[in-house]
Design a protein around this ligand. Sequence first.
Ligand code: SF4
Ligand code: SF4
Length: 316
Amino acid sequence: MGLLSRLKEIFTGSQQASEKKPEAVADIKRPVTASKPAKKPEDVKVEQKQDGKNKEDKPVVNKITVGHVHMSGCTGCLVSLADNYAGLFKILDDYADLVYCLTLADVRHIPEMDVALVEGSVCLQDECSVREIKETREKAKVVVALGGCAAYGNITRFCRGGQWNQPQQESFVPIGDLIDVDLYLPSCPPGAEAIRNVCVMAYLLLQGNDDQKALAAAYLKPLMDLAKRGTEACGCDLMVDVINQGLCMGCGTCAASCPVRAITIEYGRPNINRDMCIKCGACYAQCPRSFFNFDVMNQFEGITEAIDGAMGKGGQ
Ligand code: SF4
Ligand code: SF4
């Protein structure tokens, strides 16, 4: 049975047992404890109507807990998360509780959580930030480097201090230089839909049955592979991993993102001046094909449509 068929089953409720094991789930560094199979929120509501004793009008699903941890970034990733508009409420209603977010939740200390979405790089001269990122690793089952700064440093690699109150803060590193990271979701910022899909897939990975976990693992595998690959990326990596693989679609995003103009678009394809490259990783982080999903390539549109359907009319 194909991934798309299984996804449709998951969101339409007709789940079938599968013999396939979620191999890539083992890649998550913090093993997930056994959990009940996920219920479709609509099913839960039907059960509530039948049970007159349950007066609370809220879905009682096994939601995951998600936190947004803000390191040194521009808040663009958080804005992108909020750009899901009604879809964000759908996520919070049915799939995830937002247990930590300095902007959106009144919680001051990092709690235990299933998924930590970490935005921004870490300033090495800021003891508080270094402590917080390590605490995040200890308290989160899955750590996601959200955006190019968390994954590769991006433009924060250029910080050389200069703030009036903290002129000594001059070394900013991607979070993977200090802790183990499970998933990279690059781009600057990642698209609202991409963040939404990762939240839904994290829900299936952590709360689903074996079949659902296998699907989520396949969907998330390219992001896991990026995390394994490391925190450094340069124009040569873009050449080897994307352009030489025939994956480049000539969008020009890499050239637009390069802060030293080491990339030019010639005859519809990027040309990289290696002598000018300062290895900031911005081009790799922004390229939409650097984390192309070969595993579900033929079914990607269908999977996205299925998730859209699960999110309802307000999920766009
Ligand atoms: S080509 Fe430009 S954007 Fe890419 S790593 Fe080099 S300097 Fe950074
Ligand atoms: S961002 Fe990626 S896909 Fe777009 S032109 Fe550059 S290498 Fe090609």
